[in-house]
Design a binder for this molecule. Sequence first.
Ligand code: AVI
Length: 321
Amino acid sequence: AIPARSVRPAEMEGGATFDFAADVVAGLQATPKRIPSKYFYDTAGSLLFEEITQLPEYYPTRVERGILTENAEAIAKLLPAGRALIEFGNGSSAKTRIVLRAARELSAYVPVDIAAEFLEEQAKTLRLEFPSLNVLPVAADFTRAFDLPASLRTMPRVGFFPGSTIGNFDPPDAAAFLHHSGLSLGTGAVMVIGVDLVKNEAVLHAAYNDAAGVTARFNLNLLARINRELGGDFDLGSFEHRAFFDRGHSRIEMHLVSRAVQRVSVDGCSFDFAEGETIHTENSYKYTVEAFQALAREAGWRPIRVWTDSDGWFSIHVLAN
Ligand code: AVI
């Protein structure tokens, strides 16, 4: 479950637009240069992200899966018969399957994602795997308020947002997401959300600087995507991956660093780079349990439960509204 996986959908349900060209040009004109991390996830980027989740250094996916497996029974109690499970993301992950298997008799499973085609494909796969499950995909940008199918209005609703994708939102956007999701799910809803935690800096550093260089390829794919889709002329060999933990902001920052003075053109515009100048491509915030609960409270949720692994590396929160 990762942000958006589609190639430039023009206008999505709910009125949200992902305008790759406009966002890239505006981001490269800004100082410092930046590109929103949601554009990592074209097909090549999504495949590279899947590879990242299997790296020995990238602990979040593995540790979160472990917490879900270990607590599947307690999670199933949040999902008795008659409930609808609404996942923020397309439902393609192993984590979704752990929860669906534990839940048994849900009234509906509703994956919400901006990439309509991928969402439909995943829905078909899930219907084959779980023949009695009512899968009702909703194509919408879940970072804004969206409407659930009318048939769900009478069912108790449980939101599911795994993967610490919320860590890729700046705190005001994370608070806005929590607020909007509360409105979309309605009063009386519960939210199960995965949040990566602050930890030893060496562990964090390794997770975003893997020895096999997959994260570097994932980061550089953004420039390859700009070349493919926007007729850019980035020389991929002239940029390098950089990721570091910024303790002040409690976040991993990812950048692409220009190795030389160079001029690049994209969509008819030119952009000058100094040697060492960077494009800021991602933030991945790491919370303490208390800091995340405070954020959730500010956004109108009541923290009711939290599970972590024994090292305290990752957390799964249950919130009620
Ligand atoms: C999707 N998201 C939670 C990942 C993260 O860890 O912030 C994206 C990622 N970026 C580099 N590696 C993985």
